[in-house]
Design a protein. Structure first.
Length: 450
C-alpha cells in the first residue's frame, strides 16, 4: 500500500492463539496498489535469456508432447491395425468426458487453469503411455530371455514392472505441475485433480490398444456381438473399471497435495509424502494387475473387496476436502471483512457454491454477461486470497505473500462495485446472513467469532 504502510490491528477478541499472522492491509475508499502498477506505469522490463521465455518453454512442451503423440499413436496403430485403431479410439473416448467432468467438479471451489489440466491429460495420454509401452516391452522381453520362461515373464512384467514404470511416468506430470505451476498447486484437491486428468489420459491411450487388439482378434476368428472379445474388454475396462488408473494415480496426487499444504520448514516431510503416495499407487496397481493370478475369481474378489471400497473412500475424501475448502473460505475471509475489504455477508456467500452461482445469475440478469464474468472472477480471486492467508497461517506461505495479497485485493477492488451487491443479494436469498444478537452492543463486535 503506497498511502500508508501501517496496518489496522485486529480486535483483541478476534486474534486466534498461536504464531503471529500477517497483518490485514488497511482499507481505503480508493486504495492505491503500487505492487500492481498499471501497464502505462511500467518502466523496467528485465530481459530474459531466449530459453527462459515463456513462449519458448510453452512451444517446447507442445512440441515434445506432439512428437510423443505421433510416436505412441503410430505404435498403437501398428499393433492394432487401422480398423482396430479406429474402433478402439471411438470406444476409448466414451469414459473420458465423464471422468474429466467428475474431476473438474471437485475443482469448482478454486478451479485450476485449463492449461495445467490439458497438459496433464496430454502427458498421460502421450508421454507417459510412450514411456510405459517402450519400457514394459523391453523389460518383459529381457526377463523372458533371461529366464527362458515367457509365461512367467509376462506375469512378472504385469505385476511388478508395469506398476513401477506406469505410475512413475504418470507421477512425472504431477511433479512438473507441482514444481513449475506452484501457485496453482496449493492443496489436496489440486493433487487429486491433476493426478486424475493424467491418469485419464493414460487410460485413454491404453484402452485404444486393448480394445483395438481385441477387435483385431475378433476379426481374425469371426467373433461378434456380446460374446466377442471386444465386448468383454469394453465391459471390463470401460464399464466396470474406468476409474482404475485414476484411482492408482490419485494416491500419488494426494501425497503431493498434502506436501503442498505442509510448512516449508518441514522439507523432509514435503519430500517423503509424494514418495509414499507413489509407492502406495504402485502397490495398489500391482494388486490390481495381479488379481488374475489368484484364480478364476481373483479379479472379482479384488474388485469387490478392495477396488470398490477404495474408490468409495477416495471419493468421500475428495468431497470432504472440497467442503473443507469452503469452510476455509468462511474462516479466513472475515478478517478482510472486518478490515473493510468485504461486506459482512460476502464471506458467507463465498463459502457456498449455491450462493456463488446465484450471485453470477443475478449479475447476468441485472447487468449482462460481462457482469456475471466479473462476479465469477471476483469469486475466484477471493477464494485464492482465502487459501493464501490460510497457508500463511500454517507457515506454508510463499515468499511473495505480501505482493500476491495486494495483487488479489487489487483485482477484487476493481470488480467490487459489481460483485459486492450480487454476493450480498445471494447471501440474503440463501439465508446466509449474519444477524447480531439483539442483547449485545455490537459496536466493534466481530460477528465471525461466534
Amino acid at each position: 500500500m503506497s498511502q500508508s504502510p501501517a496496518h489496522r490491528p485486529a480486535p483483541p477478541h478476534s486474534r486466534p492463539a498461536g504464531p503471529a499472522q500477517p497483518a490485514i492491509p488497511a482499507y481505503h475508499p480508493r486504495p492505491s496498489f503500487d505492487a500492481v502498477p498499471e501497464r502505462s506505469r511500467w518502466r523496467y522490463k528485465p530481459r530474459r535469456a531466449f530459453w527462459r521465455s515463456r513462449a519458448v518453454r510453452a512451444s517446447a512442451v507442445i512440441l515434445v508432447l506432439a512428437l510423443c503423440a505421433l510416436v505412441i499413436l503410430a505404435l498403437v496403430r501398428e499393433q492394432t491395425g487401422t480398423a482396430g485403431f479406429l474402433v478402439g479410439l471411438g470406444l476409448a473416448l466414451l469414459p473420458v468426458p465423464l471422468l474429466m467432468a467428475a474431476f473438474r467438479w471437485l475443482d469448482r471451489v478454486e478451479p485450476g487453469p485449463w492449461k495445467n489440466l490439458l497438459f496433464s491429460f496430454a502427458w498421460g495420454a502421450f508421454a507417459a503411455a510412450l514411456v510405459a509401452i517402450v519400457a514394459n516391452t523391453f523389460a518383459t522381453r529381457w526377463i523372458a530371455t533371461a529366464t527362458a520362461d515367457p509365461t512367467s515373464a509376462d506375469t512378472l512384467g504385469a505385476t511388478v514392472v508395469a506398476p513401477v514404470v506406469e505410475e512413475s511416468a504418470k507421477a512425472a506430470a504431477i511433479l512438473l505441475v507441482f514444481l513449475f505451476r506452484r501457485r496453482d498447486f496449493t492443496g489436496l484437491v489440486d493433487g487429486v485433480v491433476i493426478a486424475g486428468f493424467t491418469a485419464t489420459g493414460f487410460a485413454f491411450t491404453e484402452n485404444i490398444l486393448y480394445l483395438g487388439s481385441a477387435f483385431g482378434e475378433d476379426q481374425e476368428f469371426g467373433a461378434s456381438g456380446i460374446g466377442s472379445v471386444t465386448a468383454a474388454t469394453f465391459f471390463v475396462r470401460v464399464v466396470m473399471s474406468p476409474f482404475a488408473h485414476p484411482l492408482f494415480t490419485v494416491l500419488t496426487g494426494i501425497g503431493f497435495g498434502i506436501a503442498a499444504m505442509t510448512a516449508r520448514r518441514r522439507r523432509v516431510v514435503r519430500v517423503v509424502l509424494p514418495v509414499l503416495g507413489l509407492l502406495l499407487a504402485m502397490g495398489v496397481h500391482a494388486l490390481w494387475n495381479g488379481s488374475t493370478t489368484f484364480g478364476p475369481w481373483g479379479f472379482v474378489a479384488v474388485y469387490g473387496a478392495f477396488m470398490l471400497p477404495a474408490l468409495g473412500l477416495l471419493t468421500w475424501l475428495a468431497v470432504w476436502t472440497r467442503q473443507r475448502e469452503l469452510r476455509t473460505i468462511a474462516a479466513e475471509l472475515p478478517a478482510y471483512a472486518s478490515a473493510g475489504w468485504l461486506t459482512a455477508d460476502e464471506p458467507l456467500a463465498l463459502s457456498s457454491m449455491r450462493a456463488r452461482s446465484l450471485a453470477r445469475d443475478y449479475a447476468s440478469r441485472a447487468f449482462g454477461p460481462a457482469a456475471a464474468r466479473s462476479v465469477g472472477e471476483y469469486e475466484a480471486f477471493a477464494t485464492t486470497l482465502a487459501f493464501l492467508r490460510h497457508r500463511a497461517r500454517r507457515g506454508a506461505a510463499d515468499r511473495d505473500f505480501t505482493a500476491r495479497e495486494q495483487e488479489l485485493l487489487h483485482h477484487m477492488w476493481q470488480r467490487k462495485a459489481t460483485a459486492a451487491p450480487a454476493l450480498t443479494f445471494a447471501a440474503r436469498a440463501t439465508g446466509r446472513v449474519w444477524t447480531p444478537p439483539p442483547h449485545r452492543d455490537y459496536a466493534g463486535y466481530n460477528p465471525y467469532r461466534y
